[in-house]
Design a protein around this ligand. Structure first.
Ligand code: SF4
Length: 402
């Protein structure tokens, strides 16, 4: 965690917490001794029950305040979230109107700090029901929430969301899920949906249960498939869901210099890889039996990148020492003038390389300019990654490089 982040993330905002899939929300948030007890208890399980390797020591976010709008409290799913967060003993405010106010501080840094410790439970606005395509990842994207409790210094949300970066979670989940019916591609056997690329959906699961409900729903939908990605590791609540192979779970990982230098408030890369192992293990072995994938992003050409990324692939190979349905998605680092400006305000001491004159430019589909690595660097990175993956994971598929 960088020095500028340590000022923003207080001990109360991110805690090491033990998670057990059978636990109620209240039971699932605990610290220290209770966590050790739970892991030891799991160690003693036998006869096909989950072994200690699946009892993950998860890093769970605890907002400083939880706001509920009146409209959110009218929703059954909103009430379910209310029960969860009140069971966790989090401070709750019931708002008088459906507008979220009071998040602005005296400057961008203070606004950032205040907003990032706030979870607002709201209803998804009408615009969220007109789904947008998200190539090359999936046919469509839809959202369970917007805003993320983690603190990645390269975060693409910096230029995607407007206003203070509070975490807004949606209470009208059944309507959001049913709406996906309207976007089934008649010509395709299965239409793909990426869920929640404007947050980290697993980071909020202990507070909302929305990702699990989404996976359960897609398990009943023969013509749709779901994809989600996370930098967290609290996967225990997802292991017993009847997903019927229709959800691909991915974790986003990176080499140590990137993850340790620029990612705050997330699970460690080691823990994310172990979480994916647990998701991929067959159910008979205590896992989730899911199709899985790694998103390696943002790939950076720092000094010594070959050795660091080679080490990452060795760690993946050690963890996934069994047959599984595995994919890779490879995304190089890029930024825009706007994201650079916002990120510089949020993380003024960051050492992230965003020098425009050492990059080349590309236009996105809306005509905006993004700054990417030059052709020579991109080709060297791509050759390295594709060769390593093909050599090490014979049955894995690379879905795209961008
Ligand atoms: S986990 Fe993803 S969405 Fe959250 S801060 Fe990091 S990059 Fe942004």
């Amino acid at each position: 965690m960088s020095s500028d982040l340590s000022a923003l993330i207080t001990p109360a905002s991110v805690q090491d917490i033990a998670v057990n899939r059978q636990a109620s929300p209240k039971e699932s948030v605990q610290t220290g001794k209770a966590q050790e007890d739970k892991v030891q208890k799991a160690d003693s399980h036998s006869n096909g029950q989950r072994s200690s390797e699946q009892v993950t020591k998860a890093r769970l976010w605890k907002p400083r305040q939880v706001l509920f709008t009146p409209a959110a409290l009218e929703e059954a799913w909103g009430q379910q979230i209310y029960q969860r967060v009140s069971g966790l003993g989090l401070p709750i405010t019931k708002l008088k109107s459906n507008r979220i106010t009071g998040l602005r501080g005296k400057d961008e840094r203070e606004t950032y700090a205040r907003a990032k410790q706030t979870m607002a439970v709201v209803t998804a606005p009408p615009g969220q029901f007109k789904l947008q395509p998200i190539p090359p990842s999936a046919d469509w994207q839809f959202h369970l929430a917007e805003g993320c409790p983690a603190h990645c210094q390269y975060c693409y949300l910096a230029s995607s969301l407007s206003g203070p970066p509070a975490i807004r979670v949606y209470a009208n989940l059944p309507a959001i899920l049913e709406n996906t019916d309207r976007f089934i591609k008649e010509e395709s056997a299965s239409t793909s949906f990426e869920v929640s690329c404007y947050t980290d959906p697993l980071s909020l699961e202990h507070l909302t249960g929305s990702l699990g409900e989404c996976i359960r729903y897609f398990g009943t939908q023969p013509r749709k498939n779901l994809r989600w990605v996370s930098k967290f590791n609290n996967v225990e609540p997802l292991l017993d869901i009847e997903h019927n192979g229709r959800t691909r779970c991915r974790v986003s990982i990176n080499a140590d210099p990137v993850s340790k230098g620029f990612e705050g408030g997330t699970a460690s890369v080691r823990d994310r890889i172990q979480a994916l192992r647990t998701l991929a293990l067959p159910k008979a072995q205590g896992g989730g039996g899911y199709p899985v994938g790694f998103v390696i992003a943002p790939i950076m050409a720092f000094e010594g990148w070959q050795d660091s990324y080679a080490q990452l692939f060795e760690e993946i190979a050690t963890a996934l020492d069994f047959e599984c349905d595995l994919t890779f998605e490879l995304i190089t680092h890029r930024f825009t003038a706007k994201s650079k400006q916002v990120l510089n305000e949020w993380y003024p001491n960051s050492e992230l390389d965003m020098q425009m004159d050492s990059r080349t430019t590309k236009r996105n589909k809306f005509g905006g300019i993004k700054y990417v690595y030059d052709k020579e660097t991109t080709q060297a990175l791509r050759k390295f990654f594709e060769k390593r993956i093909n050599q090490t994971f014979a049955n894995a598929r690379i879905l795209y490089w961008t």
